[in-house]
Ligand binder design. Structure first.
Ligand SMILES: Nc1ncnc2c1ncn2[C@@H]1O[C@H](COP(=O)(O)OP(=O)(O)OP(=O)(O)O)[C@@H](O)[C@H]1O
Length: 115
């Protein structure tokens, strides 16, 4: 049980660290708050809320994994290396793909209710 709480503590430390240090995490958190307010004002079904919650979780988790990749790359080399650049670019690309898909799903959910 002690090990479980220790692991939970380390995970919480990781979340706080990425929230404090990553500009994109702050941006995603603000977007999350705006979408939640828009959802409450618009009125969404349970299924729509569940889809949005999956997108919130996926977006924040992916951003944190990207931060982890950036940290490991910086730890391995401070030199300019094509593989280091590729690792960071692919990580950023993964975040961008999920962000674009999330935005499209958000529009599919919200637009018909607004217009
Ligand atoms: N060691 C390296 N070798 C080669 N290219 C690198 C290296 N470090 C960074 N780059 C290139 O610079 C880009 C930006 O890297 P950087 O570490 O500055 O991320 P960042 O701009 O701080 O990202 P974020 O804003 O998401 O935190 C990378 O995507 C990569 O293309």
């Amino acid at each position: 049980m002690r090990a479980f709480f220790k692991a939970f503590h380390y995970a919480a430390k990781g979340i706080v660290h990425s929230l404090r240090s990553e500009r994109n995490m702050k941006f995603h958190t603000i977007a999350l708050i705006f979408v939640t307010i828009a959802g409450l004002l618009t009125g969404l079904s349970i299924t729509e809320w569940m889809i949005i919650l999956i997108l919130f979780g996926g977006m924040l988790s992916l951003e944190m994994l990207n931060t982890a990749i950036e940290r490991v790359v910086d730890l391995v080399t401070t030199d300019h290396h094509p593989l280091a650049g590729q690792a960071k670019d692919v990580g950023s690309g993964a975040v961008l793909v999920f962000a674009i898909i999330s935005a499209v799903i958000g529009l599919i959910i919200f637009l018909p209710k607004w217009f």
